[in-house]
Design a protein around this ligand. Structure first.
Ligand SMILES: [Mn+2]
Length: 208
């Protein structure tokens, strides 16, 4: 069994998953391999990542893929598996898409600053303004564009299953010639069993 996490953003205030939550999932699944598919530790806000990475390594046989927030934590850009004749490619996905890395960096910093320094009522006020902007406007469009660009690019790859992350939007869909899985973020994880059955799990849902 392979267990895939993506975009856990550990060390960032916006991610609410704790090490013990990850440990509980690992204990439940008992995977042979744990894949951290990028943006595992949010080095844009938590630069001293080695202690956290060491903690994660204690969980089992770990594979760290590079994301755009944790280029130093990751050790691979892509990993490949063939299970039950299905060819699977796993990677973070930020090398595709609209290239708004600068915007991503700025919005991450602003978000963390609001969470860290503003009192809760002010925090709520600013986050409301931001989320209204994001929900109704450009950010959703940006994520949607990014998803479409990813899928368009993945179509050119010769794989049966493509697993990415990065957009934070979980998805398990059948495209024309491949299956597209997006792990989502700290609220989700993916399992791949020995028969190549792939399941997208929602943490805290009744399916768990
Ligand atoms: Mn990312």
């Amino acid at each position: 069994m392979i267990l895939v996490f993506s975009d856990l953003h550990l060390g960032s205030l916006r991610s609410n998953i704790r090490l013990e939550d990850i440990e509980n999932i690992v204990n439940k699944i008992q995977p042979d391999t744990i894949i951290f598919n990028g943006d595992t530790i949010d080095c844009m806000v938590y630069e001293d990542f080695n202690d956290l990475k060491d903690e994660l390594k204690k969980l089992g046989n770990c594979v760290f893929i590079r994301g755009n927030h944790d280029e130093n934590v990751g050790e691979h850009d892509n990993v490949y598996y063939t299970i039950n004749n299905k060819r699977i490619k796993i990677f973070h996905g930020h090398s595709y898409g609209s290239g708004l890395r600068f915007l991503d960096k700025i919005s991450t910093k602003i978000n963390e600053w609001i969470l860290k320094y503003l009192k809760s009522d002010l925090q709520l006020f600013f986050r409301r303004i931001l989320s209204k902007q994001f929900k109704e406007g450009r950010y959703i469009q940006y994520l949607y564009n990014q998803r479409c660009e990813l899928i368009e690019e993945f179509e050119k790859l010769d794989y049966d299953v493509v697993i990415s992350g990065h957009t934070h939007y979980p998805e398990h869909s059948k495209q024309q010639n491949f299956t597209y899985i997006n792990v989502g973020n700290w609220k989700n994880y993916v399992t791949i069993d020995d028969e190549s059955n792939i399941t997208l799990h929602y943490i805290g849902s009744s399916n768990d």
